[in-house]
Ligand binder design. Sequence first.
Ligand code: ADP
Length: 207
Amino acid sequence: MGRPALVVALTGGIGSGKSTVSRHFEKLGVPVIDADLIAREQVEPGAPALDEILERFGADVITPKGGLDRDRMRSIVFENSTKRLQLQQILHPRIRSEMQLRLVQLDTPYAVLVIPLLLESGQNSLADRILVVDIPEVHQIERVQQRDGLKKTQIEQIIAAQVDRQSRLAAADDVIRNDGGLHTLEKAVEQLHRHYLDLAEQRPISG
Ligand code: ADP
């Protein structure tokens, strides 16, 4: 047991293919820790982060069942960057320590952290490498429209609020271009898997 020798942070814009890529890593036996799933757990009824959110944002953002009203919260932080920062200050340290806790329980050569807002949040200190899933914006819009049924303008707004494609690519150690079919995507993941196993073998285990 101990932290894997290599930790890869997987990121990309909305609809770029992060979930699809991470599912394929899992299929290959690689543990995947997803920051979004942890964030959801942190705001379940009774979770300590939810108390802090209630204190700061008031009862308006809590549902009758006692959980976080995610739609309401999303519209608040989307319109107000100070509030967005306040929410991040509550959630990010908790997400980070939970990811760290899960990492040290693993005994695989490497692990993947899915961190959608990696570059926006500066949460890359746990990772040794950054893997970016990259797609042209036209595909991104098409795929999110199909998946979520959102309007084109809504998707464009979300994309505009995320870090731009060039900055993401500039930060990447590895890039998967997801502009082909699913089979091509899986092959790209398999190629990286072999690469990461090689890299992990060459690295000393850090603490
Ligand atoms: P993310 O997790 O980055 O938001 P997803 O993995 O959910 O993105 O992918 C967005 C949508 O596009 C999903 O419905 C997924 O099935 C689809 N998709 C992903 N990659 C491809 C591809 N190469 N070809 C066709 N559809 C794809």
